[in-house]
Design a protein around this ligand. Structure first.
Ligand code: FEC
Length: 305
């Protein structure tokens, strides 16, 4: 054995518009999709200015940038494995094992555990390893001090911009079907914990922030709310006209940020006569890479201890 490797996991994004139907089918686990939903998804990717020549979303490129920076910081191989696109988690695991690497550490570029998100990555990781090597898997890291500080600094920077009054901060994350609460899933609580930590670190008072979900999918069942679009209407009704969005449930720029926040939420805010800004996503910022590197070092120390 030649030492450990990290399998760095992310959601994945199709490489071109023609891949969108297969990608969507993967997300739906092969369940049938109404053709108009596929057309709508293609239209959203196209509206971001993407054609068949380039990757539809920056997610894959940012993931690669993060992977390379993490590998340089750690001095051990870091391989990318995507949940819904290429390179797959199984491909990354096979490559690491073929190179004789062990133990393997699984780390997802999403900070909060849920039975419908991180647990799915863990299942794919475990199935791929299939007992062939010792493993560790990081289930959540949304309360890492360096991550909280990074977000707090970005919130503070935008709130400090001179204007009549300071913006109300709306923390957001991807919604999930609300049935997860029936099984005691900790997703919503963990998101609220991160939001509270960031607000405290940024000096945002208790009445100056709130939390909303975003990116609900049309699956025909109830999803966790409030949805950001409804929430903006509620804030407007309370007389709030200046909002700063801090998406704590994601680390990268991608469709859910560039469309759901930058297009849909901005449009809703404009209709309501509100001003909406959002923090820059962490992406491959060296501060985020250092957070990830310190998590990996800690986990690997636990394996060898
Ligand atoms: O930029 C890109 O190309 C990919 C952006 C993208 C990210 C992402 C993250 C999360 N999702 C989560 C849960 C669900 C559930 C469903 C679902 C559906 C979609 C669809 C697209 C999509 N998601 Fe996603 N998600 C991204 C993209 N997501 C596209 C399908 C069309 C649509 O709804 O707009 C519903 C599945 C089903 O139908 O059965 C559930 C969660 C995250 C955050 C954690 C993570 O990154 O893994 C949770 C990025």
């Amino acid at each position: 054995m030649t030492g450990p490797a990290v399998i760095l996991m992310a959601y994945g994004s199709p490489d071109r518009l023609t891949d969108v139907p297969a990608y969507y089918s993967d997300i739906r686990g092969g369940r049938p999709i109404r053709p108009e939903l596929v057309d709508d998804l293609v239209a959203r990717y196209r509206a971001l200015g993407i054609d068949d020549g380039d990757g539809p979303s920056p997610l894959n490129a940012i993931t690669e940038e993060t992977r390379a920076a993490l590998e340089a910081a750690l001095g051990i191989p870091v391989l990318t494995g995507m949940r819904h696109w290429e390179p797959r988690i199984a491909t990354a695991v096979d490559a690491a094992l073929a190179a004789g690497r062990a133990p393997l550490l699984g780390l997802v570029l999403a900070p909060h555990w849920s039975s419908l998100s991180i647990a799915k990555y863990e299942g794919l990781f475990d199935d791929a390893v299939a007992g062939r090597a010792e493993t560790r898997f990081v289930r959540a890291w949304g309360d890492e001090p360096g991550f909280v500080e990074l977000l707090a600094q970005r919130v503070q920077r935008l709130r400090a911009a001179p204007k009549e009054h300071e913006a109300h901060v709306v923390f957001t994350a991807h919604s999930l079907p609300s049935r997860i609460l029936d099984t005691g899933d900790t997703y919503r609580d963990a998101l609220l914990d991160t939001a509270r930590l960031v607000a405290d670190a940024a000096g945002v008072g208790n009445r100056e922030w709130s939390f909303a979900f975003q990116s609900e999918s049309p699956t025909g069942e109830p999803w966790l709310g409030p949805d950001i679009l409804d929430h903006l209407s509620d804030l407007s009704a309370r007389g709030i006209s200046d909002v700063l969005v801090c998406p704590v449930g994601f680390v990268s720029d991608h469709l859910e940020i560039r469309w759901d926040i930058d297009v849909e939420a901005v449009e809703r805010a404009q209709e309501l006569g509100m001003r909406l800004a959002r923090i820059e996503m962490p992406n491959a910022d060296p501060a985020l890479v250092e957070v990830l590197a310190s998590i990996v070092r800690r986990e690997l120390a636990a394996v060898t201890a």
